[in-house]
Design a protein around this ligand. Structure first.
Ligand SMILES: Nc1ncnc2c1ncn2[C@@H]1O[C@H](COP(=O)(O)OP(=O)(O)OP(=O)(O)O)[C@@H](O)[C@H]1O
Length: 508
C-alpha cells in the first residue's frame, strides 16, 4: 500500500504530465476583466472583406466538436461576442470563455463541419442579434431570426442583441389577475396568472404538447396581444403541425414562431430562448403590447446548457447538470415579467426526466413559476385526459381575494374529496367497497364523478378521439363541481360525465 506522500507525488506527476500535453488549458492566468476590452468596437458588416492586418481577425487553433479555440493577434473579443468563421463567415460561434490573453474558446451555434486549424475567424464586435418589431408577425424564424417560411427576408429590419438585462425592480409591477384558459381542470385547480409564469410538468408522452397546443387554440384567438411560440429541442414535425394549426385557426397573423429544434447544435438550442425573449421584450417595451409566450420545452434549454457546459470541460454538478444550472435558468426566466408598459405571460412545458420531480431541472424550474400544472402518467394510462394531477397542481392565484370565495371553496372541496378517495384506494383494493362506511362510499362516489367531469375533449385531439372539442367557462366548471358535490348525479352512470364540456342545466 503506497503511503499518502507517495500517492500525492504520483497525483502531482499525472497532473503536470496532462498539463504539458495541453499547454493551452488553464496554464496561463485568465485575463482580468480590466484586461478584456468589453467595448469591442463597431460591428463588422456581414460581408465585410477580411484583411490580414485586421485586429478583429483571428484563426482557428483547435476544433473539438462544437468547441472552437480561436487565436486573435490583438485583443480578444469579449464574452458572448459573435464570431463568424470561414472565408464566407458561414459558421457562427459565440465566445464562451477566454483561455489566455489572445485565445478564446467559442461554442458553435451552427454546424462546425468543414472547419480546420488556420481557418480565418472574424469577431463581429457585438453579441448575436435578432430582428425585432412588427415585421416579425406571422413569421417562422430560427435562432438568428432567419426566416424558415417562404416569406421575405428580415435582414433590413431593426436588430437587437439576444443578451438583455431583466427589467429593474422599479419597472416591474405585480398584479394578481387570473388568466382563464377554458380548460376545466386548470381554471379550477391551478388558475394561471396574467403576467405570470406557468409550467406544465410531466414525463414523456403524458400530454404536454397537446395541452400547450390546446392552450394556443383557446387563448390566442381571444388574446388581444401578441403570441410568441418558442420551440426548444423538440421534434421538427411538431413545429410544422403547429404552423398549420395556427393557420387553420386564423391566428397566425398575430403570432411569431421561433424554433431551435432537436436536430440543431446545442449552442442553437441554448440560445433560442434568449432570441425569443428579445423579440417578446420589444413588443412589451416598444409597442406596449401584452405578449403570450409559449415555450415547449424548457427542459431542453437546461439540457442544451448541460451539453455546452460539458463541451467547455466544466465539472458536472448534481445528477450531471451544469454547475451554472440555477443561474442559466434565472437569466432566462427573470426576463419574463410584467412592467408598467405591458405584460409577458408565459406558459412553459417542462419535461420531467424519468417522472422524477426531484430532478434538479424540475426543482429549479418550479422556483420561478406562479402556477404549476402537474401531469400524471397514472391518469393518462386511465384515459383521464388532460392528465392533470389535481392534488399536485398548484397556483399562487388560489386565494379567496383573487379567485373569489365561491371558486376557492369549491376548489378546496374538490381537492378534499379527491384526497379522501386517494386514501381509501388501498382499503378498497384489499377489502372492497362493501367494507366502507356510508360516508366513505359517498366520498368515493363523488370523487369518481369529479375525476370524470374534469376530463375534457380538446379541439386539437378531436380528429383522433372523435369527441368534439369544448371550452368551458369557470362558472360552468364551478356549477358542475358543486352539483356533483351535492350528489345530484349520485345515481347516474359515471360515463355520463366523461369527456363532456359543461353539464347542461337541469332547470327548464
Ligand atoms: N387531451 C388528450 N386527449 C386525448 N389524447 C391525448 C391527450 N393528451 C395527450 N394525448 C395522447 O398522448 C400522446 C402524447 O401526447 P404529447 O405528445 O402531448 O406528450 P408530451 O408530454 O408532449 O410528450 P413528449 O415529452 O414525448 O414530447 C398523444 O399523441 C395522444 O395520443
Amino acid at each position: 500500500m503506497p503511503s499518502i506522500a507517495a500517492r500525492r507525488m504520483l497525483f502531482i506527476g499525472l497532473v503536470s504530465r496532462a498539463l504539458q500535453r495541453c499547454p493551452n488549458m488553464h496554464t496561463q492566468p485568465l485575463p482580468s476583466s480590466s484586461d478584456i476590452n468589453t467595448n469591442t468596437g463597431t460591428a463588422l458588416m456581414e460581408n465585410e472583406p477580411l484583411s490580414s492586418s485586421d485586429p478583429k481577425q483571428g484563426h482557428v487553433v483547435a476544433v473539438r466538436g462544437s468547441v472552437i479555440d480561436v487565436h486573435f493577434p490583438g485583443e480578444p473579443p469579449a464574452m458572448n461576442c459573435e464570431l463568424r468563421i470561414g472565408d464566407s463567415g458561414d459558421v457562427v460561434a459565440e465566445v464562451a470563455s477566454q483561455l489566455d490573453p489572445h485565445t478564446v474558446r467559442a461554442i458553435a451555434i451552427t454546424s462546425p463541419r468543414g472547419l480546420s486549424r488556420g481557418t480565418p475567424v472574424r469577431s463581429c464586435g457585438r453579441s448575436m442579434q435578432v430582428p425585432v418589431g412588427k415585421p416579425l408577425l406571422g413569421r417562422v424564424l430560427d435562432v438568428f431570426g432567419n426566416t424558415l417560411d417562404d416569406g421575405e427576408s428580415l435582414k433590413s429590419v431593426e436588430h437587437r442583441s439576444i443578451h438583455q438585462t431583466p427589467p429593474t425592480i422599479n419597472r416591474r409591477i405585480a398584479k394578481s389577475e387570473v388568466f382563464t384558459t377554458g380548460i376545466k381542470a386548470i381554471d379550477l385547480l391551478s388558475p394561471l396568472e396574467r403576467g405570470g409564469k406557468a409550467g406544465l410538468f410531466g414525463g414523456a408522452g403524458v400530454g404536454k404538447t397537446v395541452l400547450i397546443t390546446e392552450l394556443i387554440h383557446n387563448i390566442v384567438g381571444g388574446h388581444d396581444g401578441i403570441s410568441l411560440f418558442c420551440g426548444i429541442g423538440e421534434r421538427c414535425r411538431e413545429a410544422e403541425e403547429l404552423y398549420r394549426e395556427m393557420g387553420a385557426a386564423g391566428v397566425r397573423d398575430n403570432t411569431v414562431m421561433v424554433f431551435g429544434q432537436m436536430n440543431e447544435p446545442p449552442g442553437a438550442r441554448f440560445r433560442v430562448g434568449h432570441a425569443a425573449l428579445t423579440m417578446a421584450e420589444s413588443f412589451r417595451d416598444d409597442a406596449k403590447q401584452d405578449v403570450l409566450l409559449l415555450i415547449d420545452n424548457i427542459f431542453r434549454f437546461v439540457q442544451a446548457g448541460m451539453e455546452v457546459s460539458g463541451l467547455l470541460g466544466q465539472l458536472p454538478s448534481r445528477v450531471g447538470y451544469q454547475p451554472s444550472l440555477a443561474s442559466d435558468l434565472a437569466e432566462l426566466e427573470e426576463r419574463i415579467c410584467t412592467t408598467s408598459d405591458a405584460a409577458i405571460t408565459s406558459v412553459q412545458a417542462v419535461y420531467v426526466p424519468a417522472d422524477d420531480f426531484t430532478d434538479p431541472s424540475a426543482v429549479h424550474t418550479f422556483a420561478h413559476l406562479s402556477a404549476t400544472v402537474v401531469l400524471s402518467r397514472k391518469r393518462a394510462s386511465e384515459g383521464l385526459y388532460p392528465a392533470i394531477d389535481p392534488l399536485k397542481s398548484t397556483s399562487e392565484m388560489m386565494l379567496p381575494g383573487v379567485v373569489g370565495d365561491r371558486h376557492y371553496k369549491t376548489a378546496s372541496n374538490v381537492r378534499q374529496t379527491l384526497a379522501g378517495y386517494e386514501e381509501l384506494k388501498d382499503i378498497i383494493a384489499m377489502l372492497g367497497m362493501e367494507e366502507l362506511s356510508r360516508q366513505d362510499r359517498l366520498t368515493v362516489n363523488r370523487a369518481r364523478r369529479l375525476e370524470r367531469f374534469l376530463t375534457q375533449p380538446f379541439f386539437t385531439t378531436q380528429q383522433f378521439t372523435g369527441h368534439e372539442g369544448h371550452m368551458v367557462s369557470i362558472e360552468d366548471t364551478l356549477d358542475g363541481c358543486e352539483r356533483i358535490l351535492n350528489d345530484e348525479f349520485q345515481d347516474r352512470p359515471e360515463r355520463d360525465l366523461y369527456m363532456v364540456g359543461k353539464i347542461p342545466s337541469s332547470k327548464p
